[in-house]
Design a protein around this ligand. Structure first.
Ligand SMILES: Cc1ncc(COP(=O)(O)O)c(C=O)c1O
Length: 471
Protein backbone atom coordinates (compact mmCIF):
# COMPACT_ATOMS: atom_id res chain seq x y z
CA UNK A 1 0.00 0.00 0.00
CA UNK A 2 2.88 2.31 0.78
CA UNK A 3 3.97 2.04 -2.84
CA UNK A 4 0.81 3.82 -3.95
CA UNK A 5 2.05 6.98 -2.22
CA UNK A 6 3.89 9.74 -4.08
CA UNK A 7 5.33 11.99 -1.36
CA UNK A 8 7.37 14.29 -3.56
CA UNK A 9 4.71 14.67 -6.24
CA UNK A 10 2.14 15.49 -3.53
CA UNK A 11 4.40 18.07 -1.90
CA UNK A 12 5.11 19.68 -5.25
CA UNK A 13 1.44 19.85 -6.18
CA UNK A 14 0.58 21.41 -2.82
CA UNK A 15 3.31 23.99 -3.22
CA UNK A 16 2.37 24.77 -6.83
CA UNK A 17 -1.25 25.29 -5.80
CA UNK A 18 -0.47 27.45 -2.78
CA UNK A 19 -1.01 31.16 -3.01
CA UNK A 20 2.26 33.01 -2.74
CA UNK A 21 4.29 35.80 -4.29
CA UNK A 22 7.62 34.34 -5.27
CA UNK A 23 10.70 36.53 -4.95
CA UNK A 24 12.82 33.49 -5.76
CA UNK A 25 14.05 31.70 -8.86
CA UNK A 26 13.27 30.38 -11.48
CA UNK A 27 12.81 33.85 -12.91
CA UNK A 28 9.65 32.90 -14.78
CA UNK A 29 7.98 33.20 -11.33
CA UNK A 30 5.69 30.19 -11.42
CA UNK A 31 4.98 30.72 -15.10
CA UNK A 32 3.98 34.39 -14.88
CA UNK A 33 6.95 35.51 -16.92
CA UNK A 34 6.96 32.74 -19.48
CA UNK A 35 6.61 34.05 -23.01
CA UNK A 36 3.20 33.35 -24.49
CA UNK A 37 4.19 30.95 -27.28
CA UNK A 38 5.63 28.54 -24.73
CA UNK A 39 2.87 29.14 -22.17
CA UNK A 40 0.17 28.63 -24.80
CA UNK A 41 1.76 25.42 -25.92
CA UNK A 42 2.52 23.82 -22.58
CA UNK A 43 0.05 25.54 -20.29
CA UNK A 44 0.67 27.50 -17.13
CA UNK A 45 0.39 24.51 -14.81
CA UNK A 46 3.62 22.95 -15.88
CA UNK A 47 5.52 26.10 -14.97
CA UNK A 48 3.73 26.43 -11.66
CA UNK A 49 5.33 23.13 -10.76
CA UNK A 50 8.81 24.20 -11.82
CA UNK A 51 9.89 25.17 -8.32
CA UNK A 52 13.21 25.47 -6.54
CA UNK A 53 14.29 23.67 -3.38
CA UNK A 54 11.81 25.41 -1.10
CA UNK A 55 11.85 24.15 2.51
CA UNK A 56 8.59 22.23 1.91
CA UNK A 57 10.16 20.55 -1.12
CA UNK A 58 13.30 19.28 0.56
CA UNK A 59 16.83 19.32 -0.78
CA UNK A 60 18.13 16.68 -3.17
CA UNK A 61 21.59 16.72 -1.66
CA UNK A 62 20.52 16.64 2.02
CA UNK A 63 17.05 15.11 1.86
CA UNK A 64 15.02 15.14 5.08
CA UNK A 65 11.44 15.45 3.83
CA UNK A 66 9.46 14.41 0.75
CA UNK A 67 12.54 13.67 -1.41
CA UNK A 68 13.86 11.38 1.30
CA UNK A 69 10.48 9.65 1.57
CA UNK A 70 10.24 9.26 -2.22
CA UNK A 71 13.76 7.86 -2.43
CA UNK A 72 13.00 5.40 0.39
CA UNK A 73 9.95 4.15 -1.47
CA UNK A 74 12.06 3.77 -4.60
CA UNK A 75 14.70 1.81 -2.67
CA UNK A 76 11.97 -0.53 -1.39
CA UNK A 77 10.41 -0.94 -4.85
CA UNK A 78 13.66 -1.65 -6.68
CA UNK A 79 15.20 -3.68 -3.84
CA UNK A 80 18.04 -1.36 -2.86
CA UNK A 81 19.49 -0.44 0.52
CA UNK A 82 19.44 3.19 -0.56
CA UNK A 83 18.39 5.05 -3.71
CA UNK A 84 19.33 8.48 -4.98
CA UNK A 85 17.26 10.36 -7.55
CA UNK A 86 19.26 11.81 -10.41
CA UNK A 87 18.23 14.74 -12.57
CA UNK A 88 21.14 14.43 -14.95
CA UNK A 89 20.49 10.98 -16.32
CA UNK A 90 22.44 7.79 -15.91
CA UNK A 91 25.32 9.88 -17.16
CA UNK A 92 25.56 11.47 -13.71
CA UNK A 93 25.00 8.13 -11.99
CA UNK A 94 27.76 6.29 -13.85
CA UNK A 95 30.24 9.12 -13.28
CA UNK A 96 29.30 9.27 -9.59
CA UNK A 97 29.65 5.48 -9.31
CA UNK A 98 33.22 5.68 -10.58
CA UNK A 99 34.00 8.65 -8.34
CA UNK A 100 32.59 6.75 -5.37
CA UNK A 101 34.63 3.60 -5.95
CA UNK A 102 37.98 4.79 -7.33
CA UNK A 103 40.72 7.04 -6.02
CA UNK A 104 43.04 8.78 -8.47
CA UNK A 105 45.27 6.20 -10.15
CA UNK A 106 43.02 3.26 -9.23
CA UNK A 107 42.25 0.69 -11.87
CA UNK A 108 38.69 -0.05 -12.90
CA UNK A 109 37.76 -2.97 -15.11
CA UNK A 110 35.22 -2.01 -17.75
CA UNK A 111 33.49 -3.75 -20.59
CA UNK A 112 34.63 -2.11 -23.86
CA UNK A 113 31.00 -1.53 -24.81
CA UNK A 114 30.68 0.96 -21.96
CA UNK A 115 28.79 4.14 -22.68
CA UNK A 116 30.75 7.34 -23.23
CA UNK A 117 29.69 8.58 -19.79
CA UNK A 118 31.93 5.90 -18.25
CA UNK A 119 34.87 7.45 -20.08
CA UNK A 120 33.88 10.84 -18.67
CA UNK A 121 33.89 9.17 -15.24
CA UNK A 122 37.41 7.85 -15.79
CA UNK A 123 38.64 11.29 -16.83
CA UNK A 124 37.07 13.01 -13.85
CA UNK A 125 38.10 10.37 -11.31
CA UNK A 126 41.63 10.01 -12.77
CA UNK A 127 41.00 6.27 -12.80
CA UNK A 128 42.81 3.93 -15.12
CA UNK A 129 40.72 1.64 -17.30
CA UNK A 130 41.40 -2.00 -17.97
CA UNK A 131 39.03 -3.04 -20.74
CA UNK A 132 37.59 -6.44 -21.42
CA UNK A 133 35.74 -7.32 -24.57
CA UNK A 134 32.29 -8.85 -24.15
CA UNK A 135 31.35 -11.85 -26.30
CA UNK A 136 30.45 -10.98 -29.86
CA UNK A 137 28.18 -12.39 -32.55
CA UNK A 138 29.90 -11.82 -35.90
CA UNK A 139 26.78 -12.83 -37.86
CA UNK A 140 24.89 -9.98 -36.28
CA UNK A 141 27.77 -7.62 -35.66
CA UNK A 142 26.51 -7.42 -32.10
CA UNK A 143 28.28 -7.21 -28.78
CA UNK A 144 26.79 -9.70 -26.33
CA UNK A 145 27.49 -10.16 -22.63
CA UNK A 146 30.48 -10.27 -20.33
CA UNK A 147 30.74 -13.79 -18.93
CA UNK A 148 31.80 -14.59 -15.34
CA UNK A 149 34.59 -16.75 -16.81
CA UNK A 150 36.00 -13.81 -18.80
CA UNK A 151 35.74 -11.59 -15.74
CA UNK A 152 37.45 -14.15 -13.53
CA UNK A 153 40.33 -14.45 -16.00
CA UNK A 154 40.70 -10.66 -16.20
CA UNK A 155 40.63 -10.25 -12.42
CA UNK A 156 43.26 -12.97 -12.03
CA UNK A 157 45.43 -11.15 -14.54
CA UNK A 158 44.94 -7.73 -12.89
CA UNK A 159 45.00 -8.21 -9.16
CA UNK A 160 44.86 -4.46 -8.43
CA UNK A 161 41.39 -3.73 -9.85
CA UNK A 162 39.24 -1.62 -7.49
CA UNK A 163 35.85 -1.91 -9.20
CA UNK A 164 34.16 -3.54 -12.19
CA UNK A 165 31.65 -1.82 -14.45
CA UNK A 166 29.47 -3.63 -16.97
CA UNK A 167 26.54 -2.58 -19.14
CA UNK A 168 23.51 -4.82 -18.73
CA UNK A 169 21.14 -4.86 -20.51
CA UNK A 170 22.82 -3.49 -23.60
CA UNK A 171 20.98 -1.26 -26.02
CA UNK A 172 19.93 -4.47 -27.80
CA UNK A 173 18.47 -5.94 -24.61
CA UNK A 174 21.28 -8.40 -23.96
CA UNK A 175 21.88 -9.13 -20.29
CA UNK A 176 25.00 -10.43 -18.62
CA UNK A 177 24.83 -13.04 -15.87
CA UNK A 178 24.90 -10.41 -13.14
CA UNK A 179 24.67 -12.95 -10.30
CA UNK A 180 27.72 -14.74 -11.72
CA UNK A 181 29.62 -11.48 -12.25
CA UNK A 182 28.74 -10.21 -8.77
CA UNK A 183 29.85 -13.49 -7.16
CA UNK A 184 33.13 -13.26 -9.06
CA UNK A 185 33.72 -9.62 -8.02
CA UNK A 186 32.84 -10.39 -4.43
CA UNK A 187 35.27 -13.32 -4.32
CA UNK A 188 37.92 -10.79 -5.26
CA UNK A 189 36.65 -8.36 -2.64
CA UNK A 190 35.59 -5.64 -5.10
CA UNK A 191 32.26 -4.09 -6.00
CA UNK A 192 30.28 -4.62 -9.18
CA UNK A 193 28.76 -1.52 -10.75
CA UNK A 194 26.06 -2.17 -13.34
CA UNK A 195 25.10 0.42 -15.90
CA UNK A 196 21.48 -0.66 -16.11
CA UNK A 197 20.47 2.47 -18.01
CA UNK A 198 18.29 0.28 -20.22
CA UNK A 199 16.84 -1.89 -17.48
CA UNK A 200 14.82 0.18 -15.01
CA UNK A 201 11.83 -2.06 -15.77
CA UNK A 202 13.59 -5.32 -14.95
CA UNK A 203 12.53 -7.30 -11.93
CA UNK A 204 8.86 -6.34 -12.14
CA UNK A 205 7.67 -9.17 -14.38
CA UNK A 206 8.86 -12.79 -14.68
CA UNK A 207 9.13 -12.67 -18.48
CA UNK A 208 11.89 -10.10 -18.14
CA UNK A 209 15.35 -10.90 -16.86
CA UNK A 210 16.16 -10.34 -13.20
CA UNK A 211 17.38 -6.87 -12.31
CA UNK A 212 21.00 -6.18 -11.44
CA UNK A 213 20.01 -5.56 -7.81
CA UNK A 214 18.37 -8.98 -7.72
CA UNK A 215 21.68 -10.32 -9.04
CA UNK A 216 23.50 -8.79 -6.05
CA UNK A 217 25.29 -5.97 -7.92
CA UNK A 218 26.62 -3.34 -5.49
CA UNK A 219 25.83 -0.15 -7.40
CA UNK A 220 23.20 0.08 -10.11
CA UNK A 221 22.38 3.02 -12.34
CA UNK A 222 19.06 3.15 -14.18
CA UNK A 223 17.67 5.63 -16.67
CA UNK A 224 14.12 5.78 -15.38
CA UNK A 225 13.37 7.99 -18.37
CA UNK A 226 14.30 5.26 -20.86
CA UNK A 227 12.34 2.10 -20.16
CA UNK A 228 10.00 3.60 -17.56
CA UNK A 229 8.08 6.85 -17.69
CA UNK A 230 10.12 9.56 -15.95
CA UNK A 231 10.86 12.77 -17.81
CA UNK A 232 14.09 12.90 -19.79
CA UNK A 233 17.15 12.98 -17.51
CA UNK A 234 15.23 11.29 -14.69
CA UNK A 235 17.37 8.41 -13.41
CA UNK A 236 18.23 6.55 -10.22
CA UNK A 237 21.34 5.30 -8.52
CA UNK A 238 20.81 2.32 -6.22
CA UNK A 239 23.20 0.74 -3.78
CA UNK A 240 23.20 -2.39 -1.63
CA UNK A 241 25.63 -4.47 0.40
CA UNK A 242 28.57 -3.11 2.34
CA UNK A 243 31.34 -2.82 -0.23
CA UNK A 244 30.68 0.82 -1.07
CA UNK A 245 30.44 3.69 1.31
CA UNK A 246 27.16 5.59 0.91
CA UNK A 247 29.05 8.67 2.13
CA UNK A 248 31.24 8.49 -0.96
CA UNK A 249 28.21 8.28 -3.21
CA UNK A 250 26.67 11.18 -1.35
CA UNK A 251 29.89 13.16 -1.80
CA UNK A 252 30.18 12.32 -5.50
CA UNK A 253 26.69 13.32 -6.57
CA UNK A 254 26.96 17.10 -6.05
CA UNK A 255 30.01 17.02 -8.33
CA UNK A 256 27.92 15.90 -11.27
CA UNK A 257 24.52 17.46 -10.67
CA UNK A 258 23.12 20.96 -10.71
CA UNK A 259 22.39 22.70 -7.43
CA UNK A 260 19.01 23.49 -8.99
CA UNK A 261 17.53 20.06 -9.68
CA UNK A 262 14.41 20.17 -11.81
CA UNK A 263 11.39 19.56 -9.58
CA UNK A 264 9.30 18.19 -12.43
CA UNK A 265 11.92 15.54 -13.13
CA UNK A 266 11.96 14.62 -9.44
CA UNK A 267 8.17 14.38 -9.39
CA UNK A 268 8.23 12.21 -12.49
CA UNK A 269 10.70 9.85 -10.79
CA UNK A 270 8.38 9.55 -7.81
CA UNK A 271 5.43 8.87 -10.12
CA UNK A 272 7.32 6.43 -12.36
CA UNK A 273 8.29 4.40 -9.28
CA UNK A 274 4.69 4.40 -8.03
CA UNK A 275 3.45 3.32 -11.45
CA UNK A 276 5.84 0.41 -11.93
CA UNK A 277 5.47 -0.73 -8.32
CA UNK A 278 1.68 -0.77 -8.36
CA UNK A 279 0.70 -1.41 -11.98
CA UNK A 280 3.96 -2.64 -13.45
CA UNK A 281 3.07 -6.29 -13.75
CA UNK A 282 0.01 -5.70 -15.93
CA UNK A 283 1.68 -2.99 -17.99
CA UNK A 284 4.74 -5.12 -18.64
CA UNK A 285 2.44 -8.01 -19.50
CA UNK A 286 0.84 -5.82 -22.19
CA UNK A 287 4.28 -4.80 -23.40
CA UNK A 288 5.53 -8.37 -23.63
CA UNK A 289 2.38 -9.46 -25.44
CA UNK A 290 2.87 -6.71 -28.00
CA UNK A 291 6.48 -7.74 -28.45
CA UNK A 292 5.49 -11.37 -28.92
CA UNK A 293 2.83 -10.45 -31.47
CA UNK A 294 5.31 -8.31 -33.42
CA UNK A 295 7.95 -11.02 -33.32
CA UNK A 296 5.56 -13.66 -34.50
CA UNK A 297 4.36 -11.53 -37.48
CA UNK A 298 7.79 -10.23 -38.40
CA UNK A 299 9.32 -13.69 -38.34
CA UNK A 300 6.99 -14.64 -41.18
CA UNK A 301 8.31 -11.94 -43.50
CA UNK A 302 11.04 -13.45 -45.67
CA UNK A 303 12.83 -10.10 -46.06
CA UNK A 304 13.08 -9.48 -42.36
CA UNK A 305 15.71 -11.10 -40.17
CA UNK A 306 15.08 -10.86 -36.44
CA UNK A 307 18.01 -10.86 -34.06
CA UNK A 308 18.06 -13.97 -31.90
CA UNK A 309 19.69 -11.92 -29.13
CA UNK A 310 17.22 -10.24 -26.81
CA UNK A 311 17.09 -11.39 -23.22
CA UNK A 312 14.79 -8.42 -22.76
CA UNK A 313 11.75 -9.18 -24.93
CA UNK A 314 10.92 -5.49 -25.25
CA UNK A 315 13.88 -4.83 -27.56
CA UNK A 316 13.40 -5.74 -31.19
CA UNK A 317 16.47 -5.73 -33.40
CA UNK A 318 16.16 -6.63 -37.06
CA UNK A 319 17.49 -6.32 -40.59
CA UNK A 320 15.30 -5.46 -43.53
CA UNK A 321 16.51 -6.86 -46.85
CA UNK A 322 20.00 -5.66 -47.62
CA UNK A 323 19.34 -2.20 -46.19
CA UNK A 324 21.71 -0.74 -43.68
CA UNK A 325 20.03 0.12 -40.40
CA UNK A 326 20.49 3.80 -41.24
CA UNK A 327 18.81 3.46 -44.65
CA UNK A 328 15.92 1.45 -43.22
CA UNK A 329 15.49 4.05 -40.48
CA UNK A 330 15.42 6.86 -43.03
CA UNK A 331 12.71 5.17 -45.07
CA UNK A 332 10.62 4.20 -42.07
CA UNK A 333 10.81 7.75 -40.78
CA UNK A 334 10.15 9.46 -44.10
CA UNK A 335 7.39 7.24 -45.46
CA UNK A 336 5.70 5.89 -42.35
CA UNK A 337 6.55 8.19 -39.46
CA UNK A 338 7.86 5.17 -37.56
CA UNK A 339 11.09 5.95 -35.79
CA UNK A 340 13.38 3.42 -34.21
CA UNK A 341 15.51 3.91 -31.10
CA UNK A 342 18.82 2.80 -32.56
CA UNK A 343 19.81 2.59 -36.20
CA UNK A 344 23.19 0.98 -36.82
CA UNK A 345 25.14 -0.23 -39.77
CA UNK A 346 23.76 -3.75 -39.93
CA UNK A 347 20.45 -3.52 -38.09
CA UNK A 348 18.01 -1.30 -36.27
CA UNK A 349 16.49 -1.60 -32.83
CA UNK A 350 12.98 -0.69 -31.69
CA UNK A 351 12.36 -0.09 -28.01
CA UNK A 352 8.96 -1.11 -26.67
CA UNK A 353 7.89 0.15 -23.28
CA UNK A 354 4.81 0.33 -21.09
CA UNK A 355 4.00 3.53 -22.99
CA UNK A 356 3.19 1.73 -26.26
CA UNK A 357 -0.37 0.98 -27.27
CA UNK A 358 -1.70 -1.70 -29.69
CA UNK A 359 -2.15 0.76 -32.63
CA UNK A 360 1.55 1.67 -32.30
CA UNK A 361 2.41 -1.99 -32.80
CA UNK A 362 0.11 -2.17 -35.84
CA UNK A 363 1.76 0.88 -37.34
CA UNK A 364 5.23 -0.57 -36.83
CA UNK A 365 4.18 -3.86 -38.34
CA UNK A 366 2.57 -2.20 -41.33
CA UNK A 367 5.59 0.01 -41.96
CA UNK A 368 8.10 -2.82 -41.80
CA UNK A 369 5.89 -5.11 -43.89
CA UNK A 370 5.59 -2.49 -46.62
CA UNK A 371 9.26 -1.66 -46.60
CA UNK A 372 10.13 -5.34 -46.65
CA UNK A 373 7.81 -6.06 -49.62
CA UNK A 374 10.25 -4.70 -52.15
CA UNK A 375 13.34 -5.80 -50.25
CA UNK A 376 15.33 -8.92 -51.08
CA UNK A 377 15.88 -11.65 -48.52
CA UNK A 378 18.69 -10.54 -46.20
CA UNK A 379 21.84 -12.50 -46.81
CA UNK A 380 23.79 -13.52 -43.74
CA UNK A 381 26.39 -10.93 -42.82
CA UNK A 382 29.82 -11.81 -44.02
CA UNK A 383 31.37 -12.60 -40.69
CA UNK A 384 32.33 -9.30 -39.08
CA UNK A 385 35.28 -9.13 -36.77
CA UNK A 386 34.99 -7.25 -33.53
CA UNK A 387 37.68 -4.61 -33.70
CA UNK A 388 40.42 -5.47 -31.23
CA UNK A 389 40.72 -3.01 -28.36
CA UNK A 390 43.25 -0.40 -29.51
CA UNK A 391 46.36 -0.29 -27.32
CA UNK A 392 46.16 2.31 -24.55
CA UNK A 393 49.23 4.55 -24.49
CA UNK A 394 47.94 7.09 -21.95
CA UNK A 395 45.04 7.16 -19.52
CA UNK A 396 41.92 8.91 -20.80
CA UNK A 397 42.62 11.73 -18.34
CA UNK A 398 46.23 12.22 -19.47
CA UNK A 399 45.12 12.35 -23.10
CA UNK A 400 42.19 14.61 -22.31
CA UNK A 401 44.45 17.25 -20.78
CA UNK A 402 47.43 16.78 -23.15
CA UNK A 403 48.17 19.36 -25.89
CA UNK A 404 46.49 18.41 -29.14
CA UNK A 405 46.88 18.87 -32.86
CA UNK A 406 44.45 18.21 -35.67
CA UNK A 407 45.40 15.70 -38.31
CA UNK A 408 43.68 14.58 -41.46
CA UNK A 409 41.88 11.31 -40.82
CA UNK A 410 44.14 9.31 -43.16
CA UNK A 411 47.29 10.70 -41.55
CA UNK A 412 46.27 9.73 -38.05
CA UNK A 413 47.04 5.97 -37.74
CA UNK A 414 49.72 5.38 -35.15
CA UNK A 415 48.94 8.63 -33.32
CA UNK A 416 47.39 8.80 -29.86
CA UNK A 417 43.73 9.69 -29.96
CA UNK A 418 43.03 12.95 -28.15
CA UNK A 419 39.25 12.81 -28.09
CA UNK A 420 36.31 10.48 -27.89
CA UNK A 421 35.23 9.10 -31.25
CA UNK A 422 31.78 7.83 -30.69
CA UNK A 423 28.82 7.07 -32.97
CA UNK A 424 25.65 8.30 -31.27
CA UNK A 425 23.49 6.47 -30.64
CA UNK A 426 24.55 4.09 -29.13
CA UNK A 427 27.30 6.18 -27.49
CA UNK A 428 29.81 3.34 -27.45
CA UNK A 429 33.22 4.75 -28.37
CA UNK A 430 35.26 3.48 -31.30
CA UNK A 431 38.30 5.29 -29.91
CA UNK A 432 38.94 6.62 -26.44
CA UNK A 433 41.37 9.42 -25.54
CA UNK A 434 44.77 7.87 -24.94
CA UNK A 435 44.34 4.93 -27.33
CA UNK A 436 46.59 4.34 -30.33
CA UNK A 437 44.65 5.08 -33.53
CA UNK A 438 44.56 1.86 -35.50
CA UNK A 439 43.68 1.22 -39.15
CA UNK A 440 40.91 -1.11 -37.98
CA UNK A 441 39.34 1.59 -35.83
CA UNK A 442 39.47 4.02 -38.74
CA UNK A 443 37.83 1.54 -41.10
CA UNK A 444 35.05 1.09 -38.55
CA UNK A 445 34.68 4.86 -38.27
CA UNK A 446 34.64 5.34 -42.03
CA UNK A 447 32.01 2.64 -42.53
CA UNK A 448 29.82 4.17 -39.83
CA UNK A 449 30.00 7.63 -41.39
CA UNK A 450 29.56 6.39 -44.95
CA UNK A 451 26.39 4.54 -43.93
CA UNK A 452 24.90 7.65 -42.33
CA UNK A 453 26.01 7.29 -38.70
CA UNK A 454 26.54 10.39 -36.58
CA UNK A 455 29.58 11.05 -34.43
CA UNK A 456 29.75 12.74 -31.06
CA UNK A 457 32.52 13.45 -28.60
CA UNK A 458 34.91 14.77 -31.25
CA UNK A 459 35.51 18.26 -32.60
CA UNK A 460 35.04 17.42 -36.25
CA UNK A 461 31.94 15.28 -36.48
CA UNK A 462 32.45 14.81 -40.22
CA UNK A 463 35.44 12.61 -39.34
CA UNK A 464 37.73 14.46 -41.77
CA UNK A 465 40.08 15.58 -39.02
CA UNK A 466 40.93 13.88 -35.77
CA UNK A 467 42.34 15.53 -32.69
CA UNK A 468 45.47 13.67 -31.62
CA UNK A 469 47.87 14.13 -28.75
CA UNK A 470 50.71 16.45 -29.74
CA UNK A 471 53.73 14.83 -28.09
C1 LIG B 1 24.36 2.04 -21.70
C2 LIG B 1 24.08 3.47 -21.40
N1 LIG B 1 24.56 4.00 -20.26
C3 LIG B 1 24.33 5.28 -19.91
C4 LIG B 1 23.63 6.12 -20.74
C5 LIG B 1 23.39 7.52 -20.34
O1 LIG B 1 22.08 7.64 -19.93
P1 LIG B 1 21.32 9.04 -19.76
O2 LIG B 1 20.85 9.43 -21.11
O3 LIG B 1 20.20 8.71 -18.83
O4 LIG B 1 22.27 10.00 -19.19
C6 LIG B 1 23.11 5.62 -21.95
C7 LIG B 1 22.36 6.47 -22.86
O5 LIG B 1 21.94 6.12 -23.90
C8 LIG B 1 23.35 4.26 -22.28
O6 LIG B 1 22.90 3.74 -23.44
Amino acid sequence: MLQSKTPFLDALKAEANSSQTPFYFPGHKRGQGIANPLKNWLGLEMFQGDLPELPQLDNLFQPQGPIKAAQQLAAAAFGAKQTWFLTNGSTAGVIAAILATCNPGDKVLLARNSHQCAIAGLILAAAEPVFIQPDYDPQWDMVLSVTPEALEAALKQHSDIKAVLVVSPTYHGICSDIAGLAACCHRHGIPLIVDEAHGAHLGFHPQFPASALQGDADLVVQSTHKSLTALSQGAMLHYQGDRISPDRIQAALPLVQSTSPNSLILASLDMARQQIATEGYQQLQNCVEMAQRLRSHLSQLPSVALSPHADDPSRLTLRIGQLTGYAADEQLTEHFGVICELPQLHHLTFALTIGDRPPDGDRLLNAISQLAQSAPIPSPLSSQDLSPIPPAIMTPRQAHFAPKKRLLFHNSPGEICGELICPYPPGIPILIPGERITETALIHLKETLAAGGVLTGCQDTSGEFLSVVDW
